[in-house]
Design a protein around this ligand. Structure first.
Ligand code: C2O
Length: 573
């Protein structure tokens, strides 16, 4: 995975010529740079891992999938053809999709899935974006194997705000099941209970030697003593947050979620699914073999999880071929402090445009629910806590995805598919963290519906995300589509405006925030990108259970403040 800029750019410009005919649409969008063209084929592939052969869905038969390389402000065009029997979509996680909401990718939110045999071309500009982001499928649990990196270099003539690393490597953390994940999701929904843990954690698709049959299925990077490496860390896990560490080596974070940070040095990091970190590692130890380790961060109570560490190697050139790897020190699976100390270190490199004044103040509780069993066959359908059905919600409203995309319904004014009454506050106030009604199934019933929150163009929003103790408190990685937001504060317990201390000077600018377990986070953004934007917990099972909502941002009045009409090849339901 060493990046060879020359080759990838040559390849891209060649394809550019071939596809120049699509570029007439460019004038509609902001951005300048070059255009990068990619072709993604959604294909099934047989793969043998953990001594089991399994049919997985991939892009171009690769796990992880192909890397999308570009430079800041470039236009990216990806033609996706679905050659599998499943539905599929691709979401460009962290891409702000300025005026290109149609290309965002979440199924039933901005588009209907690309059906078997169909093609859809995603087009967007990386306006003022740089660093590492990711792409992944956004249909059912397909993203367990359909994921890859987006690498955005600075513009020509602009350098990194840190010393040029000797080499760059992409490290993608994943969770792997030896089963069909679409069927697995269906089985979990039908059963009403909790999902089984993954069969393995993986680093760049490899479980490593802690897993059976995987001694040689381990990823490794060869390093030159004394050199500094840039690792583009991406969490593509499905249902688990994770810790990452390298034995005996410090990790210096220089970028988070595609935005530069002040350099922050630590010995381990925590990434929620969807989060990315660019980190610098200097090979300054004795010549040898060092483990790069990934293990679970589990903040919820009473859940079963995969507890084997995935290992890869940071391998010094000149070390003996069979030398034992130095073990990495990962935090314990429930080390909440280790998770927050990473957050504590994240500060934007430059002071950004943090909104100082607020027009709309929102307060969203996030948590789990247990719904009353409605089935005549509880054994089969009500395997949740105390014989109920597991669910999850924001402001106690569990989101139901419609069968036509919300964006199409909104754009074409189709009525009856969604409502505009998502509440800006919880309907009931209580001691969210400690006093939550834990006696399922009595008091943890949610409401449900396809309720959206409408924002006028340009609204300056503050949103407090408050974890609840219903069922269990838990760190939830909350992701907002179409925007990055400033994380101006976070803390434990119930949010208290009196005692909370906001950082309006240099807060990190992120697209996914791990709301602390039993705590809260405050984010701010300006709603200046019209469209329909999904916000959800990036633990996939919580998304399945309904921990999501939708913001509709209206068009503005100015010339580049209106969402263009839908592309002609937008998939039909
Ligand atoms: Cu990376 Cu809607 O997700």
């Amino acid at each position: 995975m060493v990046i060879n800029l020359d080759i990838s750019f040559k390849y891209i410009s060649l394809s550019l010529l071939l596809y120049a005919h699509i570029m007439h649409a460019m004038a509609l969008w902001p951005g300048g740079g070059s255009t990068r063209y990619y072709e993604f084929k959604v294909q099934t592939m047989n793969i043998t891992k953990l001594c089991k052969t399994n049919k997985i869905v991939t892009i171009n038969q690769m796990l992880p999938g192909p890397v999308v390389y570009a430079q800041e402000d470039d236009r990216v065009i990806v033609k996706v053809t679905n050659e599998t029997p499943h539905n599929a979509t691709v979401h460009w996680h962290g891409v702000r999709q300025i005026l290109s909401c149609w290309s965002d990718g979440p199924s039933y939110i901005t588009q209907c899935p690309i059906q078997s045999g169909q093609t859809f071309t995603y087009e967007f500009s990386l306006v003022k974006q740089k660093g590492t982001l990711m792409w992944h499928a956004h249909f059912s649990w397909l993203r367990a194997t359909v994921y890859g990196a987006i690498v955005i270099y600075p513009k020509p003539g602009v350098s990194y705000p840190f010393k040029l690393p000797y080499e760059e490597h992409i490290i993608i953390l994943g969770e792997y099941w030896t089963k069909d994940v679409v069927k697995l999701e269906q089985a979990v929904v039908t059963g009403g209970g909790v999902p089984p843990p993954a069969d393995a954690f993986t680093i760049n698709g490899h479980p490593g030697p802690n897993y059976h049959c995987s001694n040689n299925d381990a990823y490794k990077i060869d390093v030159v003593p004394g050199k500094t490496y840039l690792l583009r860390l991406i969490s593509a896990t499905l249902n688990t947050e994770s810790f990452f560490a390298i034995a005996d080596h410090n990790i210096t974070i220089v970028e988070a979620d595609g935005d530069y940070t002040k350099p922050f040095t630590t010995d381990r990091v925590m990434l929620g699914p969807g989060q990315t970190l660019n980190v610098l590692i200097t090979a300054n130890q004795h010549i040898g073999r060092y483990s790069m380790a990934m293990g679970p961060y589990i903040s919820a109570k009473n859940v079963s999880f995969q507890n084997l560490t995935s290992l890869a190697y940071f391998n010094y050139l000149g070390c003996l071929p069979n030398s034992l790897a130095v073990e990495a020190n990962l935090p314990r699976f429930n080390d909440n402090l280790a998770a927050t100390t990473v957050m504590d270190g994240l500060k934007s490199l430059n002071s950004g445009n943090v909104p100082k004044e607020i027009d709309t103040d929102l307060f969203f509780t996030i948590g789990l629910n247990v719904e009353k069993c409605q089935s005549s066959n509880p054994k089969k359908n009500c395997q949740g806590n105390n014989g109920g059905v597991m669910a999850a919600s924001i402001n106690n409203i569990s989101f139901t995805r419609p069968n036509v995309s919300v964006l199409q319904a909104y754009y074409s004014k189709i009525t009856g598919l969604f409502t505009e009454d998502f509440p800006g506050m919880p309907l009931k106030l209580y001691d969210f963290v400690n006093g939550a009604p834990n006696t399922a199934p009595n008091n943890t019933q949610s409401l449900n519906g396809t309720r959206t929150k409408v924002l006028e163009y340009g609204t300056r929003v503050q949103l407090i995300l408050q974890d609840t103790g219903t069922v269990t408190t838990e760190n939830h990685p909350i992701h907002l589509h179409g925007y990055s937001f400033y994380v101006v504060g976070y803390g434990s317990g119930n949010y208290d405006p009196q005692s909370s201390n906001f950082n309006l000077a240099d807060p990190p600018y992120m697209n996914t925030i791990g709301v602390p377990v039993g705590g809260w986070a405050a984010i701010r953004f300006v709603a200046d990108n019209p469209g329909v934007w999904f916000m959800h917990c990036h633990l996939e099972i919580h998304l399945t259970w309904g921990l999501s909502t939708v913001f509709i941002v209206k068009n503005g009045k100015g010339p580049l403040e209106t969402l263009p009409h839908p592309p002609a090849d937008l998939p039909r339901c």
